[in-house]
Ligand binder design. Structure first.
Ligand code: NAD
Length: 360
């Protein structure tokens, strides 16, 4: 198969980790007879430096023309980087919001999986970590509070800020369908998370999820309030399979889920539209503190590339091969600095990429 991938390496550790993912993809291509063609595009701080904007329309058009986008991370040190002296719409993150919107990426998938070999890094009590967990947080990505109208103004002499949380039934239905579809490929359980005891948008969310659930009789589903979900994630994460939720709740819960896996450097993510097109990126940021030192953990990006093979290119066995290779290097005790522990061997970002590519 011939696959056209738009590659956005981005800022900070982005270029380092994406290069390792490309190395692993090329190993997959060599073994299974696929060709991965890469077109490199700029987004984030590196685009600001060259074009004065975090994402050009030209880059958007090129990303749209590809089969999928592989992204590193964008942004710099938010206290010291000159990018953060710019108005919000010119900052690196504006590029990310723009590309998600332009590509219609409304479904964000973030797997949170506890590797047996990394249980020691899980901050939960041993008896909870011992049970393991394997969940997929499905977050709505283009609606809700982050995209609603907002303003700050003086009302009767008092500074007042307003953010608007809007969802329509179509936006809820399409993410719910994706959530139930993914559950069908997993353990067939959906936990829909809302705040229906307070918010109208959540009551509509619940109603539409119930309608969609009727088309998936094999999937068990439940509703859970977001505050309870935040507690359950640390109390009994093994109960979750697919966690389906709106934008802001998903933002917070997916970070909590990533924290309990022990390392942000291990967590992949995918953002999908209604077709097979997707953008695949590690869950973490650009890690300016370790950028340019060949120290970053490339596994999250490599696993994101595996998700790309699975969800965009329907290459399940190739995706399985990458995931098995990652598992294998962990079994063999190779670790980057974020997950190193006594009795394991410290390797660099590029060495980790080599080790995984060799095991594909
Ligand atoms: P961060 O995720 O970049 O870093 C948090 C901590 O995790 C740091 O100590 C970092 O060294 C470590 N870390 C992250 N990824 C790692 C990896 N692959 N290997 C080893 N260690 C890793 O979060 P932050 O410091 O809050 O943000 C830094 C910048 O990244 C900011 O500009 C922020 O806006 C941006 N950001 C971008 C994205 C994205 O591109 N999607 C997401 C989150 C944050």
């Amino acid at each position: 198969m011939n696959c056209n991938i738009a590659v956005i390496k981005g800022d900070g550790i982005g270029p380092e980790v994406v290069s390792e993912a490309m190395k692993v993809l090329d190993a997959v291509g060599a073994k299974y007879g696929h060709t991965f063609n890469y077109e490199q595009l700029l987004m984030g701080g590196c685009s600001i430096d060259v074009h004065g904007v975090p994402l050009t329309d030209e880059a958007v058009a090129r990303a749209k023309a590809a089969d999928a986008v592989l992204l590193g991370s964008i942004g710099g040190n938010t206290s010291t980087s000159p990018w953060y002296k710019l108005p919000p719409e010119k900052r690196p993150e504006a590029g990310l919001l723009k590309i998600r919107k332009e590509l219609g990426l409304f479904a964000n998938l973030r797997p949170a999986f506890l590797y047996n070999e990394l249980k020691g890094a899980c901050p939960l009590k041993e008896e909870i970590a011992d049970k393991g967990f394997d969940m997929m947080i499905m977050r709505e990505l283009t609606g809700g509070l982050y995209f609603g109208a907002r303003e700050t103004k003086e009302v009767d002499g008092v500074m007042t800020a307003v953010d608007t949380l809007t969802y329509n039934e179509n936006e809820i239905r399409r993410i719910a369908i994706k959530g139930f579809d993914i559950a069908m490929k997993r353990r067939k359980k959906v936990t829909s998370v809302d705040k229906a005891n307070v918010l109208d948008s959540s009551r509509l969310w619940r109603k539409i999820v119930e309608e969609v659930a009727k088309d998936y009789p094999e999937v068990t589903y439940e509703h859970m309030l977001v505050d309870n979900c935040a507690m359950q994630l640390v109390k009994d994460p093994a109960q979750f399979d697919v966690v389906l939720t709106e934008n802001m709740f998903g933002d917070i819960l997916s970070d909590e889920a990533s924290m309990i896996t022990g390392s942000i450097g291990m967590l992949a993510s995918a953002s999908l539209n209604e077709t097979k097109f997707g953008m695949y990126e590690p869950s973490g940021g650009s890690a300016p503190d370790i950028a340019g030192q060949n120290k970053a953990n490339p596994i999250a990006t490599i696993l994101s590339a595996a998700m790309m093979l699975r969800y965009t290119f329907d290459m399940d066995k190739e995706a399985d091969a990458i995931e098995a290779a990652v598992q294998q290097v962990l079994v063999e005790n190779y670790r980057t600095c974020d997950i190193v522990s006594e009795g394991t061997e410290l390797v660099s970002c590029s060495q980790m990429g080599d080790l995984i590519a060799e095991r594909v």
